[in-house]
Design a protein around this ligand. Sequence first.
Ligand code: SER
Length: 585
Amino acid sequence: MKAIEIRNKYLNFFKKHGHAVIPSASLIPENDPSVLFTTAGMQPLVPYLLGEKHPEGTRLTDYQKCLRTNDIDEVGDNRHLTYFEMLGNWSLGDYFKDESIKMSFEFLTKELNIPVEKLSVTCFAGDEDCPKDEVSANAWRKAGIPEDHIYFYGKDDNWWIAGEEGPCGPDTEMFYDTGKPACGPDCQPSCDCGKYVEIWNNVFMEYFKDSNGNYSKLKQRNVDTGLGLERMTMLLQGKETPFDTEIFEPVMKQIENLQKVDNIQSRRIIAEHLRASIMVTSDGGRPSNIDRGYILRRLIRRMIRHMNKLGIDLSELANLIDLNIDTLNELYPELEKNRETIKSVIIEEKDKFVKTIAHGEREFNKEIQKLKEQGKNEISGEVAFKLYDTYGFPPEVTQELAEENGMTIDLKKFDELFKAHQEKSKMGSDQKFKGGLAEQNEKTIAYHTATHLLHQALRTVLGDHVKQSGSNITEERLRFDFTHPQKMTKEEIQKVEDLVNEQIKRDLPVTCEEMSYEDAKNSGAIGLFTDKYGDRVKVYTIGDFSKEICGGPHVTHTGDMGTFKIKKEESSSSGVRRIKAVLIK
Ligand code: SER
């Protein structure tokens, strides 16, 4: 079965069971300050898992584009990927363990025709925070999983949370037996030997873990599931790795045709990083030296390095990108319209890297010369870091060059400097995402307050179904995405504009209060999804007009903001409209 068929079967199956099919969110999260990329299907749904009403109802399903880079250095083996697609289904306070497990079992055995004896499942063993999950185990027994294929593990294996805090709970995981021999008498699903491959994870989210590590019960009991498409495709096709499936095969073959040196790891790294770079670029990512831009840069540069290693002419890159887009077209038709942008962004980064390598090598050679004259054979951590920081030299390249010259690097010092740099850029990104503002100055602060006024005005004019689904502010304008099924009429736009300007003229005071999330919701404050909903939130009130949970900052009075003007009202995605507006002084 091809990947696209598995995806379609999945979405149709859950549609048949009352789920609304929602579109994949962007790889680049607009509303979640806590992460650089979308790493799981649940991530764009966090507000709804915490109790916001989803416009499509309480049963949802989708395929979600995901990027996880914690294992980036493992790519090249037979299983690690940075970009992957996660199929998911959610219950937002609707069904729970029994129905979720029943549906998963039916999908695996009836739709994908996996024989029952190939399946093993794991459930939460219980601890002081949450009891043993006998409910899930019983549901599996009832479905037909034999007792000796049911395992219980602790929090390390059977508990799911995205990061350190947030909605979480025990999970039940499904494993596929590849038929490989057991690695020993203790071989179990938790074992890493490759006999068992995890195929699906159903999380039963009942808890919220706060930043102090305390668990409280969520308002509603949710189900959040995730099934990795590449892995399932590989297993159903009886392939050893995802690189042997149609998702990667044409590109892998072409790399093999072009290579002058044979190395399977490098071929996989090139194919994997190329696909990931294409997906990130298509969703608007651009290479840079910090945050997500740096990740994209790293993916592209690592790919180029391995192209060099295989002796592939870098002028082939454009053709490889074309071939990869053609290969992915069936799964992601949106790539087609971004084809030229994707090509120019990746190729421009390649060109920069080629120049960088040339500069860096000159610098490196000067340093080696100096050290040799001094009779030394260790490159200092500072020099290695400068090569990285100033010349964009990947540490592994410096390492390779050092070895070629019979030198070592003071890695301890390098790591120290590298960590400090990462910490700094992390702080930078935390700061940047605070309150959803890129930079906080008089202009952006006024736009922030204008965004609240606009949000409330839209709800007053169009109705309470209007919910923020994205917000972006620069010094020149605000951009606001919100749920609304159709184009706004001229009259509606005028009314919203007038309503906002009226509030500005009234010179309303803007006040801020801190309270519990519960109290905030009960007070009627609307939720901005740019906040992490910890147990304490800030609520900004603008006179008698607007009340909204938000990190701030805001103007103290609306009077000096200028005149509000809507410049554009357009579609952003299905069911979501986008407004661009300015404040004129
Ligand atoms: N959030 C869970 C995971 O990522 C299930 O989707 O595994």
